[in-house]
Design a protein around this ligand. Sequence first.
Ligand code: UDP
Length: 319
Amino acid sequence: MKILITGGAGFIGSYLAGELLEKGNSVLAIDDLSTGKLDNIKHLKEYSGFSVKIDTIMNEKLMEKMVKECDIIYHLAAAVGVKYIIDNPLRSIETNVCGTEIVLRLASKYGRPILIASTSEVYGKNCKVPFKEEDDSVIGYSKLYRWSYACAKKLDEFLALAYFKEKKNPVVIARFFNTCGARQTGEYGMVVPRFVKQAILNQPITVFGDGKQKRCFSYVGDVVRGIMELMSNQKCYGEVFNLGNDKEISIEELAHKIKGMTNSKSPIHYVSYEDAYGDGFEDMQRRVPDLSKIKKFIGYSPKVDLHEMLGLIIKDFKA
Ligand code: UDP
């Protein structure tokens, strides 16, 4: 198959491209390098079936050509990372809303099945544990730009499902929960690459808030396997799925674990949310996926645990 990946030079997109090429597919990638990097895809050049366009998904003419050429689409292009979204709200809302609108419209025009990458952020401040797909989104004040990401992605979900309902175009929505792996950058806020880098360089490990907040980290290889299986099963079309790992760890424990695994001399510094992200920042305490739906539909469960994943990330960073 010929597969289009938007955001193909991004952290997750580049892993997906590698897997699809390895299975004998051709991959057409588009990336504007806003958060993606050419470095992420340099090893893919050896595959004759790989090509990449450095451009924006907002370039409708180019997108139309690429959508026409492909058989299916993975739409991963998005502005991500809490820090990036707070620093660039306009760009991130435009990419996440207008960009997705263009890709969905073209997918529908040419009848191409499409996977939309969404996020656990859509649950917002909902305190329920664990989250089931049908649970409410609890979104904060509009002046707190963090929430613009949740709203943009939720709108993407509504739009994709509307195309499924009214135009009968095949769509699948996957909500990612804190995906990590080698090559991920900490530049835009992601905690695991930040802590690994700080620990290896013996710099202070910056725990935001009191560090009691918890997250469930999932390995990028598991996530990529999950989306490929979702797309290859027609029963999944028109559905929304949580995709991640349901084992929790507090951010404070994560800092100690990474410090131990790297034999680091880093002190652990507690940084207030205000100092990290500005006044009024709101974090969520827990974010656990209920994985029963994805297990029922495609038999999915994560294979790589946190310890193994951190080992891979640390090894890659040292290399
Ligand atoms: N975090 C932290 N130190 C950092 C970066 C992030 O303590 O240097 C915290 C952040 O406040 C959040 C958790 O780690 O509670 C996960 O943050 P990330 O931005 O990776 O993802 P989120 O789950 O917030 O989208």
